[in-house]
Design a protein. Structure first.
Length: 446
Protein backbone atom coordinates (compact mmCIF):
# COMPACT_ATOMS: atom_id res chain seq x y z
CA UNK A 1 0.00 0.00 0.00
CA UNK A 2 2.82 2.37 0.91
CA UNK A 3 4.58 1.59 -2.41
CA UNK A 4 1.40 2.41 -4.35
CA UNK A 5 1.01 5.70 -2.50
CA UNK A 6 4.67 6.47 -3.15
CA UNK A 7 4.30 5.80 -6.90
CA UNK A 8 1.10 7.89 -6.97
CA UNK A 9 2.83 10.80 -5.24
CA UNK A 10 5.81 10.52 -7.59
CA UNK A 11 3.53 10.41 -10.64
CA UNK A 12 1.57 13.48 -9.48
CA UNK A 13 4.84 15.34 -8.80
CA UNK A 14 6.19 14.54 -12.27
CA UNK A 15 2.92 15.62 -13.92
CA UNK A 16 2.86 18.88 -11.98
CA UNK A 17 6.51 19.56 -12.88
CA UNK A 18 5.84 18.80 -16.54
CA UNK A 19 2.85 21.15 -16.57
CA UNK A 20 4.92 23.83 -14.83
CA UNK A 21 7.80 23.47 -17.29
CA UNK A 22 5.41 23.38 -20.26
CA UNK A 23 3.72 26.61 -19.19
CA UNK A 24 6.53 28.68 -17.65
CA UNK A 25 9.85 27.35 -18.97
CA UNK A 26 9.19 27.21 -22.70
CA UNK A 27 11.08 29.74 -24.86
CA UNK A 28 9.30 32.97 -25.72
CA UNK A 29 8.04 33.70 -29.24
CA UNK A 30 10.29 36.45 -30.58
CA UNK A 31 10.36 36.20 -34.38
CA UNK A 32 7.76 37.27 -36.97
CA UNK A 33 5.96 39.65 -34.62
CA UNK A 34 7.67 43.03 -35.08
CA UNK A 35 7.58 44.89 -38.43
CA UNK A 36 11.03 45.51 -39.85
CA UNK A 37 10.26 49.26 -39.87
CA UNK A 38 10.02 49.46 -36.04
CA UNK A 39 12.67 51.57 -34.30
CA UNK A 40 11.61 51.10 -30.65
CA UNK A 41 10.29 47.99 -28.90
CA UNK A 42 8.79 47.18 -25.50
CA UNK A 43 8.62 43.50 -24.60
CA UNK A 44 6.36 42.14 -21.82
CA UNK A 45 6.86 38.58 -20.57
CA UNK A 46 3.25 37.73 -19.68
CA UNK A 47 4.05 34.19 -18.52
CA UNK A 48 6.66 35.46 -16.07
CA UNK A 49 4.24 38.07 -14.73
CA UNK A 50 1.60 35.36 -14.39
CA UNK A 51 4.15 33.28 -12.48
CA UNK A 52 4.74 36.13 -10.01
CA UNK A 53 1.01 36.31 -9.33
CA UNK A 54 0.70 32.52 -9.02
CA UNK A 55 3.49 32.34 -6.42
CA UNK A 56 2.00 35.31 -4.55
CA UNK A 57 -1.44 33.66 -4.55
CA UNK A 58 -0.01 30.38 -3.21
CA UNK A 59 1.80 32.21 -0.41
CA UNK A 60 -1.09 34.58 0.35
CA UNK A 61 -4.28 32.68 -0.56
CA UNK A 62 -6.62 34.76 1.57
CA UNK A 63 -5.67 37.90 -0.36
CA UNK A 64 -7.13 36.31 -3.50
CA UNK A 65 -10.13 34.48 -2.01
CA UNK A 66 -13.30 36.46 -1.43
CA UNK A 67 -15.92 35.08 0.95
CA UNK A 68 -18.52 37.61 -0.13
CA UNK A 69 -21.35 36.24 -2.23
CA UNK A 70 -21.32 37.69 -5.71
CA UNK A 71 -24.36 38.21 -7.87
CA UNK A 72 -24.06 36.72 -11.31
CA UNK A 73 -23.85 39.36 -14.00
CA UNK A 74 -24.25 39.00 -17.71
CA UNK A 75 -20.77 40.42 -18.28
CA UNK A 76 -18.37 38.82 -20.76
CA UNK A 77 -15.00 37.73 -19.34
CA UNK A 78 -11.96 39.25 -21.05
CA UNK A 79 -9.86 36.13 -20.39
CA UNK A 80 -12.41 33.91 -22.12
CA UNK A 81 -12.65 36.04 -25.24
CA UNK A 82 -8.97 36.34 -26.15
CA UNK A 83 -6.01 34.00 -26.41
CA UNK A 84 -3.51 35.38 -23.88
CA UNK A 85 -0.05 35.06 -25.52
CA UNK A 86 3.13 34.00 -23.74
CA UNK A 87 4.64 37.41 -24.39
CA UNK A 88 3.54 40.70 -25.87
CA UNK A 89 5.34 43.38 -27.90
CA UNK A 90 4.64 47.07 -28.39
CA UNK A 91 6.57 48.92 -31.07
CA UNK A 92 6.77 52.30 -32.74
CA UNK A 93 8.56 54.34 -35.35
CA UNK A 94 8.20 58.06 -34.65
CA UNK A 95 8.53 58.87 -38.35
CA UNK A 96 6.14 56.29 -39.84
CA UNK A 97 3.78 55.39 -37.01
CA UNK A 98 2.26 58.79 -36.18
CA UNK A 99 3.67 59.03 -32.61
CA UNK A 100 1.74 55.95 -31.45
CA UNK A 101 2.62 52.55 -30.01
CA UNK A 102 1.21 49.36 -31.58
CA UNK A 103 1.04 45.82 -30.21
CA UNK A 104 1.67 42.65 -32.16
CA UNK A 105 -1.53 40.90 -33.27
CA UNK A 106 -3.34 38.62 -30.82
CA UNK A 107 -5.91 35.91 -31.55
CA UNK A 108 -9.54 36.27 -30.43
CA UNK A 109 -11.32 33.13 -29.24
CA UNK A 110 -14.80 34.65 -29.14
CA UNK A 111 -15.13 37.70 -31.39
CA UNK A 112 -18.73 38.51 -30.42
CA UNK A 113 -18.10 38.45 -26.68
CA UNK A 114 -14.83 40.36 -27.06
CA UNK A 115 -16.56 43.24 -28.85
CA UNK A 116 -19.38 43.17 -26.31
CA UNK A 117 -16.79 43.42 -23.52
CA UNK A 118 -15.21 46.51 -25.11
CA UNK A 119 -18.55 48.26 -25.54
CA UNK A 120 -19.45 47.61 -21.91
CA UNK A 121 -16.13 49.16 -20.90
CA UNK A 122 -17.01 52.42 -22.66
CA UNK A 123 -15.19 52.00 -25.98
CA UNK A 124 -16.80 53.64 -29.00
CA UNK A 125 -17.09 51.56 -32.15
CA UNK A 126 -16.32 52.73 -35.70
CA UNK A 127 -15.43 51.00 -38.96
CA UNK A 128 -12.82 51.62 -41.64
CA UNK A 129 -13.01 49.27 -44.62
CA UNK A 130 -12.80 45.79 -43.07
CA UNK A 131 -11.49 47.09 -39.75
CA UNK A 132 -13.61 47.44 -36.60
CA UNK A 133 -12.12 50.11 -34.34
CA UNK A 134 -12.91 50.55 -30.63
CA UNK A 135 -11.65 53.84 -29.19
CA UNK A 136 -11.46 55.25 -25.67
CA UNK A 137 -9.29 58.28 -25.02
CA UNK A 138 -5.82 57.60 -26.40
CA UNK A 139 -6.40 53.84 -26.68
CA UNK A 140 -7.60 52.15 -29.88
CA UNK A 141 -8.31 48.42 -30.21
CA UNK A 142 -8.53 47.24 -33.81
CA UNK A 143 -10.26 44.00 -34.83
CA UNK A 144 -9.69 42.32 -38.20
CA UNK A 145 -11.39 38.92 -38.45
CA UNK A 146 -10.00 36.85 -35.56
CA UNK A 147 -6.99 39.11 -34.98
CA UNK A 148 -6.73 42.13 -32.71
CA UNK A 149 -4.06 44.71 -31.98
CA UNK A 150 -3.89 47.49 -29.41
CA UNK A 151 -2.75 51.06 -30.02
CA UNK A 152 -1.73 53.79 -27.61
CA UNK A 153 -1.66 57.27 -29.17
CA UNK A 154 0.54 59.96 -27.65
CA UNK A 155 -1.96 62.52 -28.95
CA UNK A 156 -5.65 61.70 -28.83
CA UNK A 157 -6.70 63.55 -31.99
CA UNK A 158 -4.31 61.84 -34.47
CA UNK A 159 -5.60 59.18 -36.88
CA UNK A 160 -3.79 55.83 -36.95
CA UNK A 161 -6.16 53.90 -39.24
CA UNK A 162 -3.77 53.77 -42.20
CA UNK A 163 -0.94 52.45 -40.02
CA UNK A 164 -3.20 49.80 -38.49
CA UNK A 165 -4.20 48.64 -41.97
CA UNK A 166 -0.53 48.33 -42.95
CA UNK A 167 0.39 46.38 -39.81
CA UNK A 168 -2.36 43.81 -40.41
CA UNK A 169 -0.99 43.35 -43.94
CA UNK A 170 2.70 43.30 -42.88
CA UNK A 171 4.82 40.44 -44.22
CA UNK A 172 8.36 41.67 -43.47
CA UNK A 173 9.19 41.02 -39.80
CA UNK A 174 12.31 41.23 -37.62
CA UNK A 175 14.28 38.03 -37.23
CA UNK A 176 15.79 36.90 -33.94
CA UNK A 177 19.23 38.22 -34.90
CA UNK A 178 17.89 41.71 -35.71
CA UNK A 179 19.68 44.45 -33.75
CA UNK A 180 16.47 45.40 -31.92
CA UNK A 181 15.79 41.83 -30.75
CA UNK A 182 19.25 40.67 -29.66
CA UNK A 183 19.17 42.16 -26.15
CA UNK A 184 15.47 41.38 -25.66
CA UNK A 185 16.04 37.73 -26.66
CA UNK A 186 18.64 37.34 -23.91
CA UNK A 187 16.71 39.28 -21.26
CA UNK A 188 15.17 37.37 -18.34
CA UNK A 189 13.24 40.39 -17.07
CA UNK A 190 9.49 40.95 -16.87
CA UNK A 191 9.65 44.01 -19.14
CA UNK A 192 12.39 45.21 -21.49
CA UNK A 193 12.82 48.15 -23.87
CA UNK A 194 15.27 48.85 -26.66
CA UNK A 195 15.71 51.18 -29.63
CA UNK A 196 18.10 51.79 -32.51
CA UNK A 197 20.09 54.27 -30.39
CA UNK A 198 21.30 51.33 -28.23
CA UNK A 199 19.18 52.33 -25.25
CA UNK A 200 18.16 49.28 -23.22
CA UNK A 201 16.05 49.07 -20.04
CA UNK A 202 14.84 46.10 -18.02
CA UNK A 203 12.01 46.19 -15.49
CA UNK A 204 11.21 43.60 -12.82
CA UNK A 205 8.47 43.15 -10.24
CA UNK A 206 10.42 41.97 -7.20
CA UNK A 207 9.62 41.23 -3.58
CA UNK A 208 8.65 44.57 -2.11
CA UNK A 209 9.75 46.79 -4.99
CA UNK A 210 9.73 47.45 -8.74
CA UNK A 211 13.00 48.22 -10.48
CA UNK A 212 14.04 49.58 -13.88
CA UNK A 213 17.71 49.48 -14.81
CA UNK A 214 19.64 49.97 -18.02
CA UNK A 215 21.40 52.50 -20.22
CA UNK A 216 19.95 55.58 -21.87
CA UNK A 217 21.87 57.65 -24.38
CA UNK A 218 20.14 61.01 -24.27
CA UNK A 219 21.32 64.59 -24.02
CA UNK A 220 18.17 65.68 -22.15
CA UNK A 221 20.23 65.79 -18.93
CA UNK A 222 23.72 67.26 -18.81
CA UNK A 223 26.66 65.90 -16.80
CA UNK A 224 27.80 68.33 -14.12
CA UNK A 225 28.54 68.56 -10.41
CA UNK A 226 25.23 68.65 -8.59
CA UNK A 227 23.76 68.43 -5.14
CA UNK A 228 23.14 65.10 -3.43
CA UNK A 229 20.02 64.49 -1.38
CA UNK A 230 20.05 63.92 2.37
CA UNK A 231 18.69 60.56 3.51
CA UNK A 232 16.67 62.39 6.15
CA UNK A 233 14.83 64.60 3.67
CA UNK A 234 11.33 63.95 2.37
CA UNK A 235 12.09 64.63 -1.27
CA UNK A 236 14.86 65.80 -3.52
CA UNK A 237 15.64 66.42 -7.20
CA UNK A 238 18.87 67.65 -8.74
CA UNK A 239 19.75 67.82 -12.42
CA UNK A 240 20.74 70.07 -15.28
CA UNK A 241 18.27 70.08 -18.16
CA UNK A 242 19.21 70.68 -21.77
CA UNK A 243 16.88 73.59 -22.55
CA UNK A 244 17.20 72.96 -26.29
CA UNK A 245 16.13 69.31 -26.17
CA UNK A 246 12.94 68.58 -28.12
CA UNK A 247 11.30 66.84 -25.15
CA UNK A 248 11.84 69.83 -22.88
CA UNK A 249 10.59 72.16 -25.60
CA UNK A 250 7.46 70.03 -26.02
CA UNK A 251 6.61 70.65 -22.36
CA UNK A 252 6.69 74.39 -22.99
CA UNK A 253 3.50 74.37 -25.01
CA UNK A 254 1.52 77.58 -25.47
CA UNK A 255 -1.19 76.15 -23.22
CA UNK A 256 1.25 75.48 -20.36
CA UNK A 257 2.86 78.88 -20.84
CA UNK A 258 -0.52 80.60 -20.52
CA UNK A 259 -1.35 78.69 -17.33
CA UNK A 260 2.00 79.59 -15.79
CA UNK A 261 1.60 83.26 -16.74
CA UNK A 262 -1.92 83.40 -15.26
CA UNK A 263 -0.71 81.94 -11.96
CA UNK A 264 2.61 83.81 -11.57
CA UNK A 265 2.33 86.82 -13.95
CA UNK A 266 5.73 85.79 -15.32
CA UNK A 267 6.96 84.72 -18.76
CA UNK A 268 8.20 81.13 -19.15
CA UNK A 269 10.35 82.10 -22.13
CA UNK A 270 12.08 84.89 -20.20
CA UNK A 271 12.79 82.60 -17.25
CA UNK A 272 14.22 79.87 -19.50
CA UNK A 273 16.38 82.39 -21.37
CA UNK A 274 17.93 83.59 -18.10
CA UNK A 275 18.34 80.09 -16.61
CA UNK A 276 21.18 77.67 -17.42
CA UNK A 277 19.09 74.51 -16.83
CA UNK A 278 20.50 73.60 -13.41
CA UNK A 279 17.73 72.74 -10.94
CA UNK A 280 17.76 71.60 -7.31
CA UNK A 281 14.52 70.97 -5.41
CA UNK A 282 14.64 69.93 -1.78
CA UNK A 283 11.81 69.17 0.65
CA UNK A 284 13.46 68.60 4.02
CA UNK A 285 10.25 68.34 6.06
CA UNK A 286 6.67 69.49 6.38
CA UNK A 287 6.27 71.48 9.60
CA UNK A 288 3.01 72.11 11.41
CA UNK A 289 2.42 75.61 12.74
CA UNK A 290 -0.38 76.43 15.18
CA UNK A 291 -1.80 79.96 14.96
CA UNK A 292 -4.31 81.51 17.31
CA UNK A 293 -6.79 83.70 15.46
CA UNK A 294 -8.58 86.37 17.48
CA UNK A 295 -11.91 87.76 16.25
CA UNK A 296 -14.49 89.99 17.91
CA UNK A 297 -18.27 89.93 18.02
CA UNK A 298 -20.85 92.13 19.75
CA UNK A 299 -23.75 91.02 21.88
CA UNK A 300 -27.22 92.60 21.90
CA UNK A 301 -25.97 95.32 24.27
CA UNK A 302 -23.05 96.12 21.95
CA UNK A 303 -20.50 94.66 24.35
CA UNK A 304 -17.33 93.57 22.60
CA UNK A 305 -16.70 89.81 22.95
CA UNK A 306 -13.35 88.29 22.06
CA UNK A 307 -13.32 84.88 20.34
CA UNK A 308 -10.27 82.72 19.78
CA UNK A 309 -9.86 79.90 17.29
CA UNK A 310 -6.95 77.62 16.51
CA UNK A 311 -5.70 77.28 12.93
CA UNK A 312 -3.27 74.55 11.94
CA UNK A 313 -0.95 75.43 9.05
CA UNK A 314 1.42 73.09 7.23
CA UNK A 315 4.59 74.83 6.08
CA UNK A 316 7.14 73.06 3.86
CA UNK A 317 10.81 73.33 4.71
CA UNK A 318 11.66 73.59 1.01
CA UNK A 319 14.48 74.87 -1.17
CA UNK A 320 14.64 75.67 -4.90
CA UNK A 321 17.96 76.51 -6.51
CA UNK A 322 17.97 77.71 -10.15
CA UNK A 323 21.31 77.91 -11.91
CA UNK A 324 21.96 81.40 -13.26
CA UNK A 325 24.14 84.44 -13.10
CA UNK A 326 22.59 87.71 -11.90
CA UNK A 327 20.22 87.94 -14.91
CA UNK A 328 17.50 85.67 -13.52
CA UNK A 329 17.41 87.56 -10.22
CA UNK A 330 17.23 90.85 -12.12
CA UNK A 331 14.33 89.57 -14.24
CA UNK A 332 12.35 88.53 -11.14
CA UNK A 333 13.16 91.81 -9.37
CA UNK A 334 12.22 93.95 -12.38
CA UNK A 335 8.88 92.14 -12.73
CA UNK A 336 8.20 92.40 -8.98
CA UNK A 337 8.38 88.63 -8.43
CA UNK A 338 11.18 89.39 -5.96
CA UNK A 339 10.47 92.24 -3.54
CA UNK A 340 12.23 93.64 -0.49
CA UNK A 341 9.73 93.97 2.35
CA UNK A 342 10.75 94.92 5.90
CA UNK A 343 14.40 94.05 5.15
CA UNK A 344 13.44 90.58 3.87
CA UNK A 345 13.97 89.64 0.23
CA UNK A 346 10.85 87.69 -0.72
CA UNK A 347 9.73 85.73 -3.75
CA UNK A 348 6.06 86.68 -4.03
CA UNK A 349 4.88 85.15 -7.33
CA UNK A 350 3.84 81.88 -5.65
CA UNK A 351 1.56 83.11 -2.87
CA UNK A 352 0.89 79.70 -1.26
CA UNK A 353 3.66 80.17 1.32
CA UNK A 354 6.02 82.90 2.46
CA UNK A 355 9.14 82.37 0.35
CA UNK A 356 12.53 84.05 0.60
CA UNK A 357 14.97 84.74 -2.24
CA UNK A 358 18.74 84.89 -2.24
CA UNK A 359 21.12 85.63 -5.10
CA UNK A 360 24.41 83.75 -5.19
CA UNK A 361 27.22 83.77 -7.73
CA UNK A 362 25.88 80.87 -9.82
CA UNK A 363 22.30 80.42 -8.62
CA UNK A 364 19.11 81.98 -7.41
CA UNK A 365 17.83 80.30 -4.25
CA UNK A 366 14.19 80.35 -3.19
CA UNK A 367 13.30 78.87 0.20
CA UNK A 368 10.55 78.85 2.83
CA UNK A 369 12.59 79.21 6.02
CA UNK A 370 14.26 82.52 6.76
CA UNK A 371 17.79 81.11 6.57
CA UNK A 372 18.91 79.16 3.53
CA UNK A 373 19.82 75.56 4.40
CA UNK A 374 23.05 74.37 2.78
CA UNK A 375 22.97 70.91 4.38
CA UNK A 376 21.42 69.34 1.28
CA UNK A 377 24.14 70.62 -0.99
CA UNK A 378 26.85 67.96 -1.24
CA UNK A 379 28.86 67.91 -4.43
CA UNK A 380 28.72 64.81 -6.62
CA UNK A 381 28.78 64.22 -10.37
CA UNK A 382 25.79 62.68 -12.13
CA UNK A 383 23.09 63.64 -14.64
CA UNK A 384 19.92 63.17 -12.59
CA UNK A 385 19.22 62.32 -8.98
CA UNK A 386 15.73 62.26 -7.48
CA UNK A 387 14.23 60.76 -4.35
CA UNK A 388 10.88 60.83 -2.53
CA UNK A 389 10.05 59.31 0.84
CA UNK A 390 6.38 58.75 0.08
CA UNK A 391 5.55 57.17 3.43
CA UNK A 392 7.06 60.09 5.36
CA UNK A 393 5.28 62.63 3.16
CA UNK A 394 1.88 60.96 3.55
CA UNK A 395 2.21 61.12 7.32
CA UNK A 396 2.00 64.90 7.08
CA UNK A 397 1.11 66.02 3.52
CA UNK A 398 0.80 69.60 2.36
CA UNK A 399 -2.64 71.09 1.85
CA UNK A 400 -1.75 72.02 -1.74
CA UNK A 401 -0.23 68.75 -2.92
CA UNK A 402 0.68 67.55 -6.40
CA UNK A 403 0.80 63.99 -5.03
CA UNK A 404 -2.48 61.99 -4.92
CA UNK A 405 -2.52 61.56 -1.13
CA UNK A 406 -5.97 59.94 -1.09
CA UNK A 407 -5.18 57.31 -3.73
CA UNK A 408 -5.36 53.81 -2.19
CA UNK A 409 -2.60 52.41 -4.42
CA UNK A 410 -0.33 55.36 -3.67
CA UNK A 411 -0.76 54.76 0.07
CA UNK A 412 0.93 51.37 -0.32
CA UNK A 413 4.17 52.96 -1.55
CA UNK A 414 7.19 53.57 0.65
CA UNK A 415 9.97 55.26 -1.36
CA UNK A 416 10.84 56.11 -4.97
CA UNK A 417 14.19 57.09 -6.50
CA UNK A 418 15.73 57.82 -9.91
CA UNK A 419 19.44 58.02 -10.67
CA UNK A 420 21.20 58.62 -13.99
CA UNK A 421 24.99 58.44 -13.79
CA UNK A 422 27.59 60.21 -15.91
CA UNK A 423 27.98 56.92 -17.81
CA UNK A 424 24.26 56.93 -18.75
CA UNK A 425 23.41 54.13 -16.32
CA UNK A 426 19.79 54.45 -15.22
CA UNK A 427 18.27 53.02 -12.04
CA UNK A 428 14.65 53.59 -10.99
CA UNK A 429 13.24 51.94 -7.87
CA UNK A 430 9.79 52.12 -6.28
CA UNK A 431 9.37 50.25 -2.99
CA UNK A 432 6.29 49.27 -1.00
CA UNK A 433 5.65 49.48 2.74
CA UNK A 434 5.17 45.71 2.87
CA UNK A 435 8.32 44.07 1.55
CA UNK A 436 7.52 40.34 1.90
CA UNK A 437 5.22 40.10 -1.13
CA UNK A 438 5.73 40.61 -4.85
CA UNK A 439 5.22 44.24 -5.91
CA UNK A 440 2.68 43.41 -8.62
CA UNK A 441 0.71 41.04 -6.39
CA UNK A 442 0.31 43.76 -3.78
CA UNK A 443 -0.94 46.29 -6.31
CA UNK A 444 -3.53 43.87 -7.69
CA UNK A 445 -4.53 42.30 -4.38
CA UNK A 446 -3.56 44.65 -1.50
Amino acid sequence: MKKKLGYLFLTITIVVLMLYVFRYKRPLVIENRIPISATEIVHIDLRQIEHHLLVDAVKNPFKYISFESKKEKNTPSFNKTIEIPRNLFFFTNKSNFKAAWFSNTIKITDSTEFKKFLLQKGFEKSTDKKLELFSKGKVVIAVSGEDVLMVYKEQQDISVNTVIQSIFKETNFCKKDHDLLKLISNSKSDISYTNLDSDFFEGDFKKGFFEIRGNVHSNLFITDTYSEYSKNSVGFLATKINRYHKLFKSLLSDKNKRKFNQFTKLSVDSIVNNWNGSLVLGLKAVNTKIDTIVTYEYDDDFNKIEKKSIQELKIPDATIALGSDASLYEYFYTHKAVQILEKDTLFVSIPLYKMYAQRQENSLNIFTLKHFDNSLLKEKKYKLNAYLDIKKYLENPLEFSLIPVKNDYFKQLDKASVNLTTHDELLIQVSLKENNRNFLGQLIKP
